[in-house]
Ligand binder design. Structure first.
Ligand SMILES: *[C@@H]1O[C@H](CO)[C@@H](O)[C@H](O)[C@H]1NC(C)=O
Length: 444
């Protein structure tokens, strides 16, 4: 009956994930349970045929998972000339048999002529990666527009708040670091808040009521010698701390109400709209050829930390979020440079996957980078020839991490990057990725 099938599937799941112990099994259990639910609940009530079909289909799915054994480390074309998983697949009613799993447009002519031949995962990844490039017009126009807006904003801030020592605004984001894929439609604008280190110091969020190591508080010190008013930033103090919320509100007002965006837009040949209702300080920019959103982040750099004025929702209003973005990107590039590795290529492909699958959006960017960095500590071979192995390994690692609900920050093991995810989100991502482990090409 179903019970024993269930056991077999779970035993296989343990093999697939290569992790011992029970920790890893909840997602596998969930995946199997969903399939069984689907098998036992009629899709179209009152139509026994539909029910029958759904049952049959689901059993095929179960069989698919059952065959989900770790693929041989180095797949070769010959290995794939006989379809591994297709017998179950091609029996699914209503589904055109596609035993090769190949997408024809990518296949070389001789491959097309022989339907059973198939590209290896490695070949698919490489050909897929060439389709991820950001269109040239966007890649050049977006930073150019953003830079022009940046200059206008800087001038405005200087004239409006001559007493506030803002640093030079600069652009940031995956596009500038060569890790953006598919489309360039957002860019970050960093606004440095320059603090006198004699007047301010940092308190870890761990030591505050929120007990969260992702955040910091910036405390005004030496008030005895330098009373309130000595620092130009003192007007943003709430209860002795530099308030990210008050600064945000001031800038929000400025973006929404003070700056003459229609005039600036006219000058730059685009329409610029501040997002009034957004939690972030955001501008939408529409140009004939591109559309983008620009998010402004006030940033404090102190004691080797990069802190953003992004307080957590609700709760305490004085918190600053530590950003590891710059460290992430430079570490990945450094590692690739030292061993001619393909980490950035792997990340681009994975970012493309997360971008095109709504349920995986929250894994894109930082979490993926941290997984790649963790794996870099363990696996030495990041050469392009091993791309498929590493890609597969990242997927397995993600499933195992989702399973535990824990992805430790590479730079601070006290931080769990998954702490903000909802249980349903974890389940959904785990489900999608778990099923992809046996057949990673479904993600491409
Ligand atoms: C920033 O201020 C605006 C206006 O008060 C508010 O709507 C928004 O939620 C704030 N954002 C954050 C991150 O607190």
């Amino acid at each position: 009956g179903l019970g024993s099938v269930f056991d077999v599937l779970l035993a296989n799941a343990r093999l697939v994930l290569g992790v011992s112990g029970a920790a890893v099994l909840a997602i596998a259990t969930l995946a199997v349970k969903r399939l069984i639910d689907r098998a036992t609940s009629p899709r179209d009530e009152g139509d026994p045929k539909a029910e029958q079909k759904s049952l049959e289909e689901s059993w095929q799915d179960l069989a698919l998972i059952k065959t989900t054994l770790k693929p041989p480390k180095k797949q070769r074309r010959e290995d794939l000339s006989e379809p591994l998983l297709s017998p179950a697949r091609s029996l699914v009613p209503g589904e055109a048999p596609n035993p090769s799993g190949c997408t024809a447009p990518l296949a070389a002519p001789q491959v097309k002529s022989s339907p059973l031949r198939c590209l290896t995962l490695q070949e698919k990844l490489l050909s897929h990666s060439s389709q991820l490039a950001v269109p040239e017009i966007q890649a050049s126009l977006v930073p150019q527009l953003a830079r022009s807006i940046c200059t206008q904003l800087q001038n405005f801030l200087r004239s409006k708040f001559p007493e506030l020592p803002f640093g030079r605004l600069f652009l940031s984001g995956a596009l500038l670091d060569g890790l953006e894929v598919l489309a360039a439609d957002h860019i970050h604008l960093m606004l440095p808040v320059v603090l006198d280190s004699g007047l301010w110091n940092l308190i870890s969020g761990e030591d505050t009521v929120v007990r969260n190591p992702q955040y910091w508080m910036i405390k005004r010190i030496n008030l005895g010698y330098f009373p309130r008013g000595c620092s130009p930033w003192d007007r943003f103090i709430v209860g002795r701390y530099l308030s990210s919320s008050v600064l945000n509100e001031t800038l929000h007002k400025l973006l929404v109400a003070s700056i003459n965006w229609p005039a600036i837009g006219g000058l730059l040949g685009c329409a610029i709209h501040p997002m009034v209702a957004s939690r972030e300080l955001k501008l939408e920019v529409k140009h004939d050829q591109v559309e983008l959103s620009i998010t402004l982040f006030p940033v404090v750099e102190m004691e080797d930390k990069v802190l953003l004025a992004v307080p957590p929702e609700g709760l305490v209003e004085n918190l600053w979020l530590e950003s590891f973005y710059r460290a992430e990107v430079s570490r990945v590039k450094e590692l690739d440079a030292s061993d001619s590795g393909a980490r950035q290529l792997c990340l681009r492909i994975l970012n493309g996957v997360c971008r095109s699958q709504p349920s995986l959006h929250k894994l894109g960017g930082s979490p993926l980078t941290h997984v790649v960095l963790h794996l870099s500590d363990a696996a030495t071979d990041w050469a392009e020839e091993s791309l498929a192995d590493r890609f597969q390994q990242v997927l397995e690692e993600l499933v195992a991490s989702l399973e535990k609900g824990v992805l430790l920050s590479y730079f601070n093991p006290k931080i769990n990057l998954f702490s903000g995810l909802l249980e349903e989100e974890i389940d959904e991502m785990g489900f999608v990725l778990y099923r992809a482990i046996s057949e990673p090409e479904v993600l491409l």
